[in-house]
Ligand binder design. Structure first.
Ligand code: GDP
Ligand code: GDP
Length: 459
């Protein structure tokens, strides 16, 4: 089984119907298995030859004990935690409702990787709602009809990057859940990296930034790319390569496709392509053209990479064309800090894909970003640190009630994700959350990587 897909969304959008369609006849077996909870159904899903685990969150309407909304939230969060990707269903006939927005917010907060689909899209009545769903800000919606089995091809395509990413699931899960806490934190410690295990990177950027030139330089110019490799889809083109002794899997979109002479409307596809590339990658290299740096499109994809929790490296290409290098360095730094504050501290390197200059530095930056992304901090140190922070700057208490920060732990890596248990999580201001994140970044040497910090009530 490769990846796990959770179907989420408000009641009545068609989650169960879709679950049944994906799981088919095997459902009966699955449902009767002991140990399978009543509210979260899990089954063996498949579309064509693609197999995956599918989780359905539809059972919860039956729960009568607590408030429905609270239960749904808890259930969705649990499903999100179990899944590699969430299929967020909305009803194309009903349009986007406040309940949909509520769920979108849960997914955003949980930092989930989301595929958006508008169900019940068969026929005319569904069309408008599909476009409506764009407003959720979760990317391009897929038009589905669970009941009629329509749109499964598009769903298949959207899931392909996950099938690819988790093909070797048995070897190592994407998210490392922290269990042991024995070792001491040492930011300078040599990270034990397996040079044979490919580091997955995506090279993204606007057309003509030099993506294909860069990738060809990295993989060696003699290995000209002629087309999609076997087993790799039309949209997802990746190549494995050894780069100075370290294995990499490089994922590119429009650039390579162009070389592969596949005729498509490149401009139109580039946003969705970028999204796929970002979802696939551990480290995203945002390639800028020094002559037109930080264009709108560059900013969007860099922001997307951050929101998806990817490590980011900014590479400024065509450095060979620049005469006033010192002057340019200054202005690029300034623009970077102003336009992408969410990526503060991310490495920025200067390369010429054409001449190969700066590629060693680029590799160093990628490896170091990857290390930081995988970093774990022992709980004991986190709690000492938290006590110091709180002593120096206690959280302000808007309602006058004292906010206690009880305990802190790193829940996972990739990206580093922390949970702070506190007496009144809802009253901790966003600015305090930022204060803690910035402190973590500084004190545990995690520049540039997205850091997630969640506040939880209780102990
Ligand atoms: P859930 O609460 O999200 O699990 O939704 P259900 O799967 O129970 O579906 C709710 C209702 O929508 C049922 O009456 C389904 O028959 C109907 N439904 C599900 N999928 C479709 C679809 O693709 N098209 C139409 N027209 N109705 C659908
Ligand atoms: P892509 O669309 O991002 O894949 O960009 P390409 O790799 O096709 O490059 C676009 C153009 O920029 C081509 O004409 C390349 O020769 C040129 N180019 C790429 N990298 C460099 C570089 O480092 N220096 C210079 N001077 N030109 C470059």
């Amino acid at each position: 089984m490769s990846f796990t897909l959770a179907i989420v969304g408000r009641p009545n959008v068609g989650k169960s119907t879709l679950f049944n369609r994906l799981v088919g006849r095997r459902l009966a077996l699955v449902d009767d298995q002991p140990g399978v909870t009543r509210d979260l159904r899990e089954g063996a899903g498949r579309i064509g030859a693609m197999k995956f685990t599918v989780i359905d969150t539809a059972g919860l309407e039956m729960a009568k004990d607590e408030s429905l909304q609270g239960r749904m939230r808890a259930l969705t969060e649990r499903a999100v935690a179990m899944a590699d990707v969430c299929l967020f269903l909305v009803d194309a006939r009903a349009g986007v409702t406040p309940a949909d927005e509520y769920f979108a917010e849960i997914l955003r907060k949980a930092n989930a990787r989301v595929i958006l689909a508008a169900n019940k899209a068969e026929g005319r009545a569904g069309e408008a709602g599909v476009y409506d769903a764009y407003a959720l800000g979760l990317g391009e919606p897929i038009a589905l009809s669970a009941e009629h089995g329509e749109g499964l091809g598009d769903l298949h395509r959207a899931l392909e990057p996950f099938a690819l990413e988790f093909a070797d699931r048995a070897v190592e899960p994407e998210t490392e859940i922290i269990l042991d806490d024995e070792e001491d934190f040492d930011p300078d410690a040599q990270v034990s990296r397996d040079p044979k295990k490919p580091i997955q990177i995506a090279v993204v950027g606007r057309p003509n930034a030099g993506k294909s030139t860069l990738i060809n330089k990295i993989i060696g110019e003699d290995r000209l790319l002629t087309g999609p490799e076997a087993g790799i889809t039309r949209d997802s083109i990746s190549v494995n390569t050894d780069w100075n002794g370290q294995a990499f899997r490089i994922f590119d979109t429009a650039g390579m496709r162009k070389k592969a002479k596949v005729q498509e409307k490149l401009e139109k596809l580039s946003v969705a392509d970028g999204l796929r590339a970002v979802k696939f990658a551990e480290v995203v290299v945002v390639l800028l053209d020094v002559q037109v740096p930080f264009e709108q499109q560059d900013l969007r994809i860099a922001d997307l990479a951050e929101r998806e929790g990817r490590a980011v490296v900014i590479a400024v290409n065509k450095w060979d064309l620049e005469d006033e290098k010192q002057e340019k360095l200054r202005s690029l730094r300034e623009q970077f800090e102003r336009l992408l504050p969410q990526l503060r501290g991310a490495p920025m390197v200067y390369v010429s894909a054409m001449t190969g200059k700066g590629l060693d530095k680029l590799q160093e930056a990628i490896l170091s970003a990857h290390d930081v992304w995988n970093r774990r901090v022992p709980t004991s140190q986190l709690n000492r640190w938290l006590a110091d922070q709180v002593a120096a700057h206690p959280p302000p208490a808007p309602s006058g009630r004292r906010i206690r920060m009880r305990y802190m732990t790193q829940a996972k890596t990739r990206p580093p994700t922390f949970v702070v248990f506190t007496s009144i999580p809802d009253e901790v201001p966003k600015s305090y959350n930022r204060f803690l994140v910035n402190g973590l970044r500084r004190d545990f040497d995690m520049p540039g990587t997205p850091i997630r910090l969640f506040l939880r009530g209780g102990k």
